[in-house]
Design a protein around this ligand. Structure first.
Ligand code: PGA
Length: 233
C-alpha cells in the first residue's frame, strides 16, 4: 500500500480564499506523484469548497443528527466526500476533554459509515520521562479500540512533546514505538507518524522507521514543504 500523507490543517487558514489557494497549490504539486496518497483535512466549513484531492475531517460526532449544537456528524462528513476522519487528536483530548470512551464511540460510528478512522495516540513529555509511555499507549489502544475491528483502522503515533515543537521523535525511537504499537494492536495495521514531520525527516519515518504514512500539521500549511513531504517516498 502507498504511504498516506495526511495534512491536518487544524484551525487554519482564517480565510476561505487562502484555504482554496493552499489546496490548489497542493493539488497542482502532487498531481503527478504516484508513490503516495495525499489526504487533506481542513476545517469542516471548507470541505465543500475543496475538490480534486482525497478529503478527511479533523473530528466527528457519534450521533447521526439531532439536538447537538455545534457538532458535525459522520453522515454529514460522508455527504461532503470525506474518506478519512482523524479521531482523538491530542489537542481534542487536551482542550475539549475528549476521553478514550468518546474516541471509542467515534471510531465505531466512523467504521459503521464505512469511513476510515485515523486514531491518534501518544504520550506527553512528562509521561515519557516517568517511563509511562507504553502504559499510556496501551490504555489509549485498549479503551479507544474496545470492541473495534482493528483491521479497518489507522493509528497515528503522535508523541505530544513532538507536536508543533520542531522537536521530532528520533527516527530509531519512532521505529521502536511503531513495533510496540503493532504488537499491542496484534494485527498488521497501518501506522502513521505525526509530530514535527517535515520534508527533511519524512523519508526517515517512511523508509528507515517503516511507517505507513505521516500526519502533518504545521508543515502542511506550506504547500512547497508539504509537496516535498508527499514526494519523499
Ligand atoms: P505538527 O502537528 O506537524 O505541527 O507537529 C502534527 C499533528 O498535530 O497532527
Amino acid at each position: 500500500m502507498k504511504p498516506l500523507i495526511v495534512a491536518n490543517w487544524k484551525m487554519n487558514p482564517v480565510k476561505a480564499k487562502e484555504a482554496e489557494e493552499l489546496f490548489n497549490s497542493v493539488k497542482h504539486g502532487v498531481k503527478d506523484i504516484e508513490s503516495a496518497e495525499t489526504v487533506i483535512c481542513p476545517p469542516f466549513i471548507y470541505l465543500p469548497l475543496l475538490k480534486g484531492l482525497t478529503l478527511g475531517a479533523q473530528d466527528s460526532y457519534w450521533e447521526e443528527k439531532g439536538a447537538y449544537t455545534g457538532e458535525v456528524s459522520i453522515a454529514m462528513l460522508k455527504e461532503m466526500g470525506c474518506k478519512y476522519v482523524i479521531i482523538g487528536h491530542s489537542e481534542r483530548r487536551k482542550y475539549f476533554n475528549e476521553t478514550d470512551e468518546m474516541v471509542n464511540r467515534k471510531v465505531k460510528t466512523t467504521l459503521e459509515a464505512e469511513l476510515i478512522p485515523i486514531i491518534c495516540i501518544g504520550e506527553t513529555g512528562e509521561e515519557r520521562e516517568m517511563d509511562k509511555t507504553e502504559s499510556v499507549l496501551e490504555k489509549e489502544i485498549k479503551q479507544g479500540l474496545d470492541g473495534v475491528d482493528v483491521s479497518k483502522i489507522i493509528i497515528a503515533y503522535e508523541p505530544i512533546w513532538a507536536i508543533g515543537t520542531g522537536n521530532p521523535c528520533d527516527i530509531e525511537e519512532a521505529r521502536r514505538m511503531k513495533e510496540i504499537i503493532q504488537k499491542m494492536v496484534s494485527k498488521n495495521i497501518r501506522i502513521l507518524y505525526g509530530g514535527s514531520a517535515k520534508a527533511n525527516n519524512a523519508e526517515g519515518y517512511l523508509k528507515q522507521a517503516g511507517f505507513d504514512g505521516l500526519l502533518v500539521g504545521g508543515a502542511s500549511l506550506d504547500p512547497k514543504e508539504f509537496i516535498k513531504i508527499v514526494n519523499s517516498n
